[in-house]
Design a protein around this ligand. Structure first.
Ligand SMILES: Cc1ncc(COP(=O)(O)O)c(C=O)c1O
Length: 445
């Protein structure tokens, strides 16, 4: 039996009615890319108010790697609900917070002494990692990358590259933020050897700083090892090695933003593991608590313990329901070998995408680590002109047929997969078949 069930056109009357109410009650700055009114979600499936059942290749933007409503997560949250929902950890502490900190200290890369604390969102985790790095080093400058996305707070916007829709009209931005090129091989214009990363050496990095900022005044470099919103571009191994050596040589704190790459998405628990990288600070959110708002800063004990008592915290950070959910998520990750599953389904998706690349000339590049796979669409393979409107058409053709598909990229021309890693093989195959139909329909226009 197919997983997709279409009862009406999408969006159907009930979804459209909610959209009309939303328009009157919610600002237009908060869009809904599908227009769906969801009433239920389970595993990799989402049901709307019109009785349509769709396959979800977006996973709430990479939040449900363990699937919607995993029974173990639901049970853990229910059980916690029977005890208490809030005390504010900085007023009266509780075991699930400490247990989760211990767990993250143990499973993140590196065997050194670590500490973890919790906040609510990815952007807040990024902000806090920067606070810690500045405090511990006594330096102010922060270095980030072209194509980066780190959130929508003021510092998050400053660190984020893309102007529209994230930054336009929202300045002034936080000062002392410097941007260097990301090793985006498909669009790299640096004259280097084919197949090797031309930015990957310490002297190239030193040169990048000559007219930018004194490396010895830099508190932190923050990197997404595989760009998320910026288009699913994995950094080459040799680049990350050179960057880590450069940071070490200058006493710079290296922050890995694993908010989108974390928790099995790349076929490892963390993308850092692909690079043998032990970041000084690692920030996580999204799939950590399977939809309950929770984010973490994990890293070197000497850095995190540098900050004075009361310098970190917040009313809701490490909410007990979210910590209970996260502990259950980590159990599921282990028991169901979610990372290995990520690697396996990533292989299936990549194989399919590479096959389509022989068939559809609009597919310029197929890339990604594990199940964090994407295809970049272009109008012409030679000029690599981004095919943004085609990307939108593929998404809407997919939605019409019952598949939620997300885009990404500085140029809005990347189709990315963030499917729950628990998806059954046959449901994945059904979703991919719909994606192929959508590609065919969109390219025939
Ligand atoms: C890499 C990365 N960093 C930071 C963020 C911001 O997280 P949040 O939306 O929870 O603030 C995101 C969200 O997409 C992200 O992908």
């Amino acid at each position: 039996m197919p997983a997709i069930k279409l009862a009406t056109v999408i969006p159907g009357p009930a979804s459209r009615a909610l959209a009309a109410r939303k328009e009157q009650a919610v600002p237009r700055g908060i869009p809904s890319s599908t227009g769906l009114a969801v009433i239920h979600a389970e595993g990799a499936l989402v049901t709307d108010a019109d009785g349509n059942r769709l396959i979800d290749f977006g996973g709430g933007i990479g939040v449900v790697n363990t699937g919607h409503r995993h029974p173990a997560v639901v049970e853990a949250v229910r059980a916690q609900l029977d005890h208490f929902t809030h005390t504010c950890f900085t007023v009266a502490s509780y075991e699930p917070y400490v247990a989760l900190a211990e767990r993250l200290n143990a499973i993140t890369p590196g065997t050194h002494a670590k500490r973890t604390f919790f906040v609510n969102t990815g952007a807040e985790a990024v902000e806090n990692a920067v606070k810690v790095a500045r405090y511990a080093t006594g330096r102010t400058a922060i270095v980030c990358f072209e194509h980066a996305f780190h959130g929508r707070t003021n510092l998050g916007m400053a660190l984020t590259a893309k102007v529209m829709p994230y930054k336009k009209g929202f300045g002034p931005f936080a000062p002392e933020v410097y941007r260097i090129p990301f090793p985006y091989c498909y669009r790299c214009s640096a004259p280097g050897d084919k197949g090797a990363c031309c930015l990957a050496n310490e002297s190239a990095l030193e040169r990048a700083f000559v007219g930018l900022v004194d490396p010895d005044s830099v508190a932190a470099i923050i990197i997404e090892l595989q760009l998320g919103e910026g288009g699913f571009v994995p950094a080459p191994l040799e680049y990350v090695r050179a960057l880590a050596a450069f940071a070490k040589a200058h006493g710079i704190v290296l922050i890995a933003d694993e908010i989108q790459t974390g928790f099995g998405r790349t076929g490892n628990l963390f993308a850092s593991e692909h690079y043998g990288l032990v970041p000084d600070l690692l920030v996580t959110a999204k799939s950590l608590a399977a939809g309950l708002p929770l984010a973490a800063v994990t890293g070197r004990a000497d850095l995190l313990d540098a900050v004075h008592p009361g310098g970190l915290g917040g009313t809701y950070g490490g909410n007990p329901l979210a910590c209970a959910a996260a502990l259950a998520v980590l159990d599921v990750m282990e028991k169901e070998k979610i990372s290995a599953r990520g690697e396996r389904i990533g292989g299936l998706i990549r194989e399919q995408f590479c096959g389509w690349a022989n068939q559809f000339s609009c597919i310029g590049d197929v890339r990604g680590l594990g199940a964090m796979v994407a295809m970049e669409l272009v109008t012409d393979r030679k000029t690599k002109e981004p095919a943004k409107s085609l990307t939108g058409r593929v998404q809407s053709e997919a939605l019409k047929r019952g598949l939620i598909l997300l885009s990404a990229g500085t140029y809005g021309n990347v189709l990315r997969i963030l499917v729950p890693l628990t998806i059954e093989d046959e449901v994945l195959a059904e979703g991919l078949a719909v994606m192929e139909q959508a590609l065919t329909a969109a390219t025939q226009v």
